[in-house]
Ligand binder design. Structure first.
Ligand code: FAD
Ligand code: PYC
Length: 415
């Protein structure tokens, strides 16, 4: 793979951009691989990448039923933060956030990581107590957050109305090194690096069955024929329940649509990310100038990968009191993705009842930010057959043992 650089841009400009290589290859599937990863979202691609980079395993195929990054990875609102409450969460979310700091250099792809700061507004006394508690837990965990006053909120976000009639801003949990990144570039960067290591990324290849013998996985049936493997990683977010069904086990997961919308582009108005979890709304401004807006997850299980009008109304109604300027914006587009929610709002990185078959899911409304950390931990699980320190708490057995990792407050929009 030829590296991207300022020199390469100048060279290609001089020859009418005729010399760029394809970023990743599109090979035909081989009959067998050492590891098959199902799902070319960020988590599946990062799993493959760290299998190669950290464990030297490159005989890997990533199978994708649509196009890579076309699931939630390309549909999310790109908020990156690690201000979770429990120690196990802080460890994996902060590992992921720290990997975002150097991701562009690591992947040689500009993922536009923008650590502009993320704040979660406290708009009830209950939230004030909850976020002060999180800031104290984060201090012990080595995660840099602080509880800030309404005055400081107004300084950081001049367009905010802090004296709203129903939900005045009483303070906020502030993470200065949280931010955003370009979601597609994250998927493309991992795909390019995997392809460069000789891995196969096979798009338009739907897995329709899981083959097994004597309790061990032996391969998968796909829309492009049978493919054998020694180890299988299922990393399909909102489709996890369906894939687990094919492998013969059940998951404590609900599939629900989460929707978002963007406004027409406007001049720079807000240079931090703001989440208002009591009213179910959040907002940031993209580099193009659009206000990126989202709300709570749909209140009923569904597989509809699209937006809906009632949701636009609910979300905008929730936010307009705190951000009066949005009443004058035009809506540009809206969409949805299918997220995979667990009861404790924490992920599952686990062995499964089928030997050599592993699952990574349950990131729900908040898994974009964890793509590198999750891939790192999942690669270790698949390579060694046992979870390492980052994944150990997130096994499926916690649901049987009642050892929940409750992150319903930190999950924000997933209530
Ligand atoms: P996906 O990107 O969905 O990838 C799974 C892939 O598996 C898909 O490409 C799918 O086509 C493929 N697949 C499924 N079934 C099969 C099959 N049978 N065979 C082959 N392939 C299959 N998180 C944040 O951290 N911050 C945010 O601001 C944020 N905002 C969000 C906003 C919205 C509107 C949505 C929908 C989600 C948001 N999220 C956010 C959550 C985040 O997007 C997800 O947690 C994360 O992208 C999940 O990544 P993934 O790789 O697991 O899943
Ligand atoms: O997890 O930070 C998050 C998030 C924001 C919007 C959707 N998810």
């Amino acid at each position: 793979m030829r590296r991207y650089s300022a020199f390469a841009i100048a060279r290609e400009a001089a020859r009418f951009h005729s010399g760029w290589e394809r970023a990743w290859a599109s090979p035909e599937p081989k009959p067998d691989y050492q590891v098959v990863v199902i799902g070319a979202g960020g988590h599946g691609l990062a799993t493959a990448y760290y299998l190669g980079k950290n464990h030297g395993i490159t005989n890997v195929a990533v199978l994708e039923k649509g196009y890579l990054g076309g699931g939630n990875t390309g549909r999310n609102t790109t908020i990156i933060r690690s201000n979770y409450l429990q120690d196990a969460s802080a460890a994996i979310y902060e590992k992921a956030r720290s990997l975002f700091e150097t991701m562009s250099q690591d992947l040689n792809m500009n993922v536009m990581f923008s650590p502009r700061g993320v704040m979660m507004l406290a708009q009830t006394e209950h939230e004030v107590r909850g976020y002060k508690r999180t800031a104290q837990a984060n201090a012990l965990q080595g995660v840099a957050t602080e509880f800030i006053s309404p005055g400081r909120v107004k300084e950081l976000v001049p367009i905010i109305a802090i004296d709203g009639p129903r939900y005045p801003v009483l303070g906020a949990l502030w993470q200065p090194r949280g931010g955003t990144a370009r979601h597609d570039a994250v998927a493309w960067g991992y795909a390019r690096a995997c392809s460069d290591m000789g891995m196969h990324i096979i798009q338009k290849c739907e897995v329709t069955g899981v083959r097994q013998k004597d309790g061990r996985v032996t391969g998968v049936q796909t829309s492009r024929g049978d493919i054998g493997c020694k180890k299988l990683a299922i990393v399909v977010a909102g489709h996890s329940g369906r894939l687990a069904g094919m492998a013969g086990f059940r998951l404590p997961i609900d599939s629900v649509a989460l929707q978002a919308l963007v406004s027409e582009p406007i001049k720079p108005a807000m240079d931090v990310v703001v989440m208002a979890n009591t009213v179910h709304g959040y907002m940031s401004q993209s580099d193009k100038g659009e206000m990126v807006i989202g709300g709570g997850a749909d209140g009923y299980n569904n597989y509809t990968q699209r937006g809906s009008f009632h949701h636009i109304e609910e979300t905008v109604r929730a936010l307009v009191e705190t951000f009066p300027i949005i009443s004058r914006l035009k809506l540009l587009r809206h969409w949805g993705g299918i997220v995979d929610m667990t009861g404790d709002r924490s992920p599952i990185l686990s062995k499964t009842p089928l030997a050599d078959c592993f699952i990574n899911c349950g990131w729900g409304t908040g898994g974009f930010k964890t793509i590198p950390g999750s891939g790192w931990a999942m690669a270790e699980l698949v390579a060694k057959g046992e979870p390492g320190p980052l994944a150990a708490a997130f096994g499926l057995d916690r649901f049987r043992e009642g050892r929940f990792i409750d992150e319903s407050v930190a999950a924000g929009v997933a209530h």
